[in-house]
Design a protein around this ligand. Structure first.
Ligand code: SF4
Ligand code: SF4
Length: 399
């Protein structure tokens, strides 16, 4: 076990774990938790502990889009050994009833159902919600959240190590957006198409749910145009854990070579004055590694550029909107790959997608560039393309 950094900092554990084998995963997770004080610090006997994996799509674990069921299994075992009662929760947009027979299909395809049945893990994906008031929140003063998360005694975020076309990186903080029910998520995309506003909402959700512990599955990670089928799996061989979800994400981005300023959640955390999470402030403890790995990830080709969207004047808003239309990538369903499944048209928060001859067609003037369709398309059939002006600006290094 090797220490890096130090001081009054959040602590992040990083462990080598090359394969999804039970013994190595269990020993890596135990090692990381020992550094954080052991599972007993996070779970008291008799407590109900919600385990929230990333189950974005009904895809198998080798697609690297969802948290591997083995990590959930190991953490559930450790919660039980600490005297707690684990329950798997989720409300994937891809799992809503109108999408391919709902959440059960997501559970089966991701391997979660087999694992949960085998170890007798309770699964609560009913999607019941409750509105909560958040007077302290900076942006969203009222949120609809899963009762399965709100009513649990404690929450553990089990994130996947992935790049993200809209938010650049998705980790333990963004994973909690899954506690916003199903298609309500698309509503937030519609209202908060400004990525910094969206990041503020994510920080509000995080503040409301306050996970006791976060772990990240980076054994097989995802780079490029994630977080869905547009991304590319990458063997990283790492697990991460921390009581501080933001610090965990910052350590992951440090490993992936993603600068802080490229991630909207970190930009907003800075503005809010959050402390103790950034790479220079964090104590990183290594297990099975002699130094923190640096594995530069391919970032999303079409990530939104942070161009200062927080303007309020009418002219500024108009310029921003025109610039956004011209310079940000447009979703383009491929006629060769689109199967006409309608997932995208049902998910689009502003009704910008129509089906024509069983092919998805996007109305650019209505599209707010939230990329829900790109994220949820099960066939990786939605490309993100720049307009001619956007391509010129890209060549000039302006976007
Ligand atoms: S673009 Fe994708 S999500 Fe939309 S209809 Fe075609 S296959 Fe389905
Ligand atoms: S077309 Fe796609 S990117 Fe555009 S608003 Fe609809 S879901 Fe979002």
């Amino acid at each position: 076990m090797t220490g890096v950094g130090g001081g009054q900092a959040s602590r992040v554990s990083v462990a080598r774990c090359d394969t999804y084998a039970k013994d190595s995963m269990r020993s890596a997770v135990e090692g990381m938790l020992e550094t954080l004080g052991g599972m007993g610090v996070f779970v008291r006997p008799g407590e109900r502990i919600a385990l929230k994996p990333n189950l974005l799509l009904a895809k198998p674990p080798q697609a690297a889009i969802t948290t591997h069921p083995l990590l959930v299994e190991v953490v559930a075992e450790l919660v039980r050994e600490a005297g707690g009662e684990p329950v798997l929760i989720e409300s994937s947009a891809a799992g809503m009833p109108q999408f391919h027979r709902g959440m059960e299909r997501v559970l089966r395809r991701t391997g979660m159902r087999e694992m949960a049945d085998r170890i007798g893990l309770e699964v609560d994906v009913e999607g019941d919600t409750r509105a909560v008031s958040l007077p302290e929140a900076q942006l969203t003063k009222r949120l609809d959240l899963l009762t399965s998360a709100l009513d649990a005694d404690g929450l553990i975020s089990l994130a996947k190590f992935k790049t993200h076309t809209f938010t650049t990186f998705t980790g333990a903080v963004k994973n909690l957006f899954g506690c916003v029910p199903g298609l309500t998520k698309a509503g937030y995309h519609a209202k908060l198409s400004d990525v910094d506003h969206f990041a503020d909402m994510l920080l509000d959700v995080h503040q409301a749910l306050r996970p006791r512990l976060s772990l990240m599955d980076g054994v097989l990670a995802l780079e490029g145009d994630g977080p869905g089928t547009g991304g590319t799996p990458r063997e990283l061989g790492l697990l991460l854990a921390s009581a501080d979800a933001l610090a965990l994400d910052a350590a992951a981005c440090r490993i992936a070579g993603i600068p802080e300023e490229a991630v909207p959640v970190f930009r907003r955390a800075r503005v809010r004055g959050y402390q103790g999470w950034a790479s220079g402030e964090t104590e990183i403890v290594l297990h099975g590694l002699d130094r923190l790995p640096l594995e530069p990830f391919r970032r999303p080709k079409r990530a939104l550029d942070p161009t200062g969207y927080n303007t309020t004047g009418r002219l500024q808003r108009l310029v921003r909107e025109l610039g956004k239309q011209a310079l940000t990538p447009r979703p383009r369903p491929s006629s060769e790959r689109c199967t006409g499944c309608r997932t995208c048209s049902r998910a689009c928060p502003v009704g910008a997608i129509r089906m024509r001859d069983r092919l998805a067609v996007v109305a650019d003037d209505r599209c707010i560039r939230c990329y829900c369709c790109h994220e949820l398309c099960p066939e990786a059939a939605i490309d993100l393309e720049l307009s001619r002006m956007g391509r010129v600006a890209e060549r000039l290094g302006l976007v």
